[in-house]
Design a protein around this ligand. Structure first.
Ligand code: URA
Length: 434
């Protein structure tokens, strides 16, 4: 078999066989196939697309390119959750303790920030000492003992995806449905959970800008999960403005803690309840979303979900006192409002731009080596549809550098549109695909 022939077959619109896909993934992972041939194939896939069979073959080959975690030592039905990425997306921080407090073991693999989107691991590191570098034994022991463990992606987990993702990132071949679906699902399958609940975002802060594309991606991932024998459900949710009111690592942790106390923003609480219900149903703990909703509300009302977060933070070497005293979390030196330039209704907040404002403030990485400033970010005072008077605050900027604060202010104002009439309301949860 020759890589040249595989590239040409795809370039001409042919359908690759499982053997050809395995040959490519194995050869590329082992460094036998060079980047330029892999990039040529990715571009051919970008234009010619892949069939369902090809996408499944690519997913399985990438999932098996390294270690497959064996979670059989964890008792019960294990559920993993994955978001396609968003701005202000602190969902795992509140959702995992809620679900664990309902008796479902959560064995989760999380990532760091990517582009304009934030990552769960960076946020969790707001707790001093917190680590996600767990051995397999400690990961399993923690899930069995307290019901949650979150681990970072190791070099041994789906290494083909790690290499291909970096290549796609610099060759303009990221936003292809089959490539995204296989990238996400290969990691999830290798991470070993019995059930996978996907939060597929759509809108200006998401990877899939249109609802139609988000729906197609969700469908593709659900099909892959089903074909691989894992119970997979996708919730399609709005990411046309930041989730909740906070964007930035420690700020988002505080909002997740508020949500676990029952004082969270409406959209974020709705998302946690919807995803949590799907996780409880998938694990067979609840028959329908009404029962699941009651169970989730109960663990918030009786404080057990908040307590579970503290246990989880402590089990991963973090200082759990901050769960009960969030003022201990990192705080920025400069905290000031951006005033509305005119009166009217907030028509649109370009969500990817808000993510970039947080990056500018230091909340994300500019290079792989950058150190994140956990304290900086934005706290929105108005969201889409709200009325604001000229001079009232649109958002509070949390910064540690005057120049960066000014740049973020300029960009935020450009990202926010104020109109004389209220915008049309959009549904927050768009669909649930089984
Ligand atoms: N997230 C991933 O892990 N892979 C993609 O291709 C896109 C988003």
């Amino acid at each position: 078999m020759r890589m040249y022939d595989i590239i040409m077959k795809k370039r001409n619109g042919g359908e690759l066989t499982k053997e050809e896909i395995d040959f490519f993934v194995e050869g590329y992972t082992k460094g036998k196939i060079p980047d330029y041939q892999a990039a040529a194939l990715m571009m051919a896939v970008y234009f010619r697309k892949m069939t369902e069979e090809e996408t499944l073959a690519l997913t399985m080959a990438m999932a098996h390119s390294g270690d497959m975690l064996d979670l059989r030592d964890i008792h019960g039905f294990k559920v993993d959750k994955h978001s396609t990425g968003g701005v202000g997306d602190k969902t795992s921080l509140a959702l995992t303790p809620m679900v664990a407090a309902c008796g479902i073991p959560v064995a989760k693999m999380s990532g760091r920030g990517l582009g304009h989107t934030g990552g769960t691991i960076d946020k969790l590191e707001s707790f001093p000492g917190f680590t996600t570098a767990l051995t397999r034994e400690r990961f399993i022991e923690n899930v069995n003992r307290i019901g949650i463990a979150i681990m970072g992606q190791t070099a041994d987990l789906a290494p083909a995806d790690k290499k291909l993702y970096a290549l796609r990132d610099v060759t303009a071949t990221v936003d292809n449905m089959s490539l995204i679906a296989s990238s996400i699902m290969s990691k999830k399958l290798a991470a070993g959970a019995d059930g996978i609940v996907l939060d597929v975002k759509t809108g200006s802060g998401a990877f899939m800008k249109s609802e139609q594309d988000a729906r197609a991606l969700a469908q593709e991932m659900v099909t892959i999960g089903r074909n691989a024998g894992r119970k997979t459900i996708a919730v399609i949710s709005d990411m046309d403005q930041p989730l909740g009111y906070t964007v930035g690592n420690a700020l988002e942790v505080k909002e997740a803690i508020d949500t676990l106390k029952g004082k969270g923003p409406a959209d974020f609480t709705e998302l946690c309840m919807t995803l949590g219900s799907q996780m409880l149903i998938a694990a067979g703990k609840a028959e329908d979303s009404d029962t699941a909703g009651q169970m989730l509300r109960q663990v918030i009302d009786d404080g057990s979900a908040l307590h579970r977060l503290a246990e989880f933070v402590e089990a991963q070497d973090g200082d759990s006192r901050a769960v009960y005293e969030p003022d201990m979390l990192p705080v920025a030196e400069i905290i000031r409002p951006i005033a509305a330039p005119k009166s009217g209704y907030i028509e649109k907040i370009r969500c990817d731009e808000v993510g970039i404002c947080s990056l500018i403030l230091g909340g994300g990485r500019e290079t792989k080596e950058s150190k994140i400033d956990l304290s900086v970010g934005l706290v929105l005072c108005r969201k889409a549809g709200d009325y604001v008077r000229e001079g009232e605050p649109l958002v509070m900027v949390h910064a540690n550098d005057e120049g960066r604060a000014r740049e973020a202010e300029r960009r935020y104002l450009a990202a926010c549109t104020i109109a004389p009439t209220p915008p049309r309301r959009r549904a927050f949860i768009k669909d649930i695909i089984h």
